[in-house]
Design a protein around this ligand. Structure first.
Ligand SMILES: CCCCCCCCCCCCC/C=C/[C@@H](O)[C@H](COP(=O)(O)O)NC(=O)CCCCC
Ligand SMILES: Nc1ncnc2c1ncn2[C@@H]1O[C@H](COP(=O)(O)OP(=O)(O)O)[C@@H](O)[C@H]1O
Ligand SMILES: [Ca+2]
Length: 551
């Protein structure tokens, strides 16, 4: 027989105040009962609390010896209320601070009798068991050398206690070398026993994890990930990021803050956020995946220079950023791209990608309908060809592809503020050769309200695919163009040193890793991976949070 929905309502003591405490399938709420009043008005007001059940972390009964019955953690009893109401239980829940920060808060209710107390604990526990999206078992990788080398400490002191409080079991691996996590994920025997993978580190560590997971998923279903035209299969396991790196852009742009406790809580409540992934090929050979920034010119040069200064920690980017800005190199080449068509949204929108984004949902649906041959629509690859490739030849200070906003503490609105996490597109930003002063104006606008694209030397396009060929490879390109106008850039690139032009080339910064080739072909795969995140939340209005009809 199906269980009846549970509803509880009792008068309990909270710090010596009488409260009406209510639980239904959606909410736990409590409000003061004014002295001398028997019935209370149902309307909630400031000072009343309600917590979605989905944001309750745990509940435990407290015993009179000031120790919890459930997990043995010591707990201070509210002295003044203990005498009147000798039984108590504590609920831990998510509390929202400023700037998208989440904290684990606790509230203790004192009950007049033990049966009522146990009924409350049991009922809340039953409600929590119904939340099937919550992970119970996680595989955790810690990069001990990411960022300020605090990954291990951050995990042990801030994250592990929360996971254990939420009864999540973990297998923890502290990485011993680069690509340890990637290779382990490709080969570990029993990945199915986990509900998710967590990486403690920066964007480079996240990149290792997606490379391992995507690769493993394609191998399992027999898809050749090295082929640029393959339709890749989405990964089932969700990935959590505990930020402990230098830029932490992927965490910041999916959660709204780079805070380990906030990220741990998003993992515990079982959030899910799909994310686009770009595959990067050179001459038909697979190079890497990218989820945030693919940058040639300025960001490639910053990365190249900063890798030699890793000992400086996150400050290496400021140092190399300044040096690269002063150097003011530009690079010649050809960019060709397939604009996103039939999609909602443009890179110049004022509306941003936020939790539950409609644009992402709509565009993903358009793409998946296109993939469905039985609906009588064209295959997506045919539909893509309906769009017209555009070609731009020029001298560029920077060529950036932002598959998400790339918001980070250095630039809270990001490289492309209106880019979407999961819409199947990337924003291609071309910064043409300009004066140092103009480039500085462009860079500074990343940190202010002004539009960084509203400058004559900057153009931005929302695209599904793009190719880049540096000038020194263009002779091959021209040959190709003559021979086969459609297969635009599938030429053989003779990268340096054969052409002897060391100084005219930059390198690609691919989520913080250097690519070995300058000539690349990029394709966006819509929603290929999933994170334990929900996208950045709009700031909630009190009335929305505490809708009395929900209680
Ligand atoms: C004069 C003021 C200039 C301010 C300009 C600020 C613009 C910053 C945009 C940064 C976008 C960052 C995109 C993310 C890149 C990361 O994937 C990559 C690796 O991160 P991690 O593994 O955590 O080290 N980080 C970078 O490439 C650093 C770019 C910093 C450029 C100054
Ligand atoms: N134990 C390790 N020793 C050396 N390098 C590692 C180790 N574990 C991971 N890495 C590599 O360190 C690089 C940077 O990691 P990341 O966590 O992104 O830190 P940061 O944000 O400071 O760059 C990544 O390329 C990753 O592959
Ligand atoms: Ca995108």
């Amino acid at each position: 027989m199906e269980k009846q929905p549970r509803f509880l309502s009792s008068r309990l003591l909270l710090k010596n105040r009488v409260c009406e405490v209510t639980l239904n399938r959606a909410w736990l709420g409590w409000k003061d009962v004014p002295a001398g009043r028997r019935s209370i008005n149902n309307a909630l007001k400031a000072g009343d609390y309600c917590v979605p059940v989905s944001e309750i972390i745990a509940v435990r009964e407290i015993d009179m010896d000031s120790q919890t019955k459930d997990d043995g953690r010591w707990q201070k009893m509210p002295q003044e209320s203990a005498g009147a109401h000798p039984y108590a239980f504590t609920v831990s829940y998510v509390d929202r601070g400023s700037k998208h920060r989440w904290r684990c808060c606790e509230v203790t209710f004192n009950c007049p009798d033990g049966v009522l107390c146990q009924q409350w604990v049991q009922t809340i526990k039953e409600q929590l068991l119904l939340l099937t999206s919550r992970p119970k078992s996680l595989l955790v990788y810690i990069n001990p050398f990411g960022g300020k080398q605090q990954g291990k400490r951050i995990y042990e002191q801030k994250v592990a206690p929360l996971f254990s409080h939420a009864a999540i079991s973990t297998d923890v691996i502290v990485t011993e070398h680069a690509n340890h996590a990637r290779d382990h994920l490709r080969t570990v025997a029993d990945l199915k026993k986990y509900d998710g993978v967590v990486c403690v580190g920066g964007d480079g560590m996240f990149s290792e994890v997606i490379h391992g997971l995507i690769s493993r998923t394609q191998t399992e279903v027999g898809v050749d990930e090295s082929c640029p035209e393959e339709e890749l299969v989405p990964c089932n396991l969700r990935i959590g990021i505990i930020p402990a790196g230098s830029t932490d852009c992927i965490c910041y742009a999916t959660v709204g803050i780079n805070d380990p406790v906030t990220s741990a809580l998003h993992i515990i409540v079982g959030d899910s956020q799909a994310m686009d992934v770009c595959s990067v090929h050179h001459n038909g050979t697979f190079l890497r995946y990218s989820v945030s920034l693919l940058g040639y010119g300025f960001y490639g040069d910053v990365l190249m220079d900063s890798e030699r200064k890793r000992w400086l920690g996150p400050a290496r980017y400021d140092f190399s950023g300044f040096k690269t800005f002063v150097t003011h190199n530009y690079y010649e080449g050809t960019v060709s791209f397939l604009p996103a068509f039939n999609t909602l949204g443009t890179p110049r929108d004022k509306i941003k990608c936020r939790a539950g984004c409609y644009v992402c949902q709509h565009n993903e649906q358009q793409l998946s309908e296109g993939r469905h041959p039985c609906r009588g629509e064209k295959d997506v690859s045919d539909r893509e060809e309906e769009g017209k490739w555009q070609v731009i030849r020029g001298k560029f200070l920077a060529i950036n592809a932002a598959s998400m906003s790339c918001a980070c503490p250095r630039s809270p609105k990001g490289l492309s503020p209106a880019a979407h996490l999961a819409d199947g597109t990337t924003d291609l930003i071309l910064v043409h050769k300009c004066s140092r002063l103009d480039f500085l104006r462009h860079l500074l606008r990343h940190t202010s309200k002004d539009d960084q694209f509203d400058l004559a030397f900057v153009e931005v396009h929302r695209v599904r695919r793009f190719h880049f060929t540096p000038k020194h490879c263009e002779s091959n390109l021209e040959l190709d163009l003559k021979e086969n106008g459609k297969k635009l850039f599938s030429h053989i690139c003779r990268d340096h040193p054969a052409c002897g032009c060391a100084t005219v080339n930059s390198t690609w910064n691919c989520d913080g890793e250097i690519l070995q080739h300058a000539a690349i072909e990029v394709r966006v795969h819509c929603q290929l991976v999933k994170l334990f995140a929900r996208g950045i939340e709009e700031l909630p209005v009190f009335e929305d949070l505490c809708n009395p009809s929900a209680i």
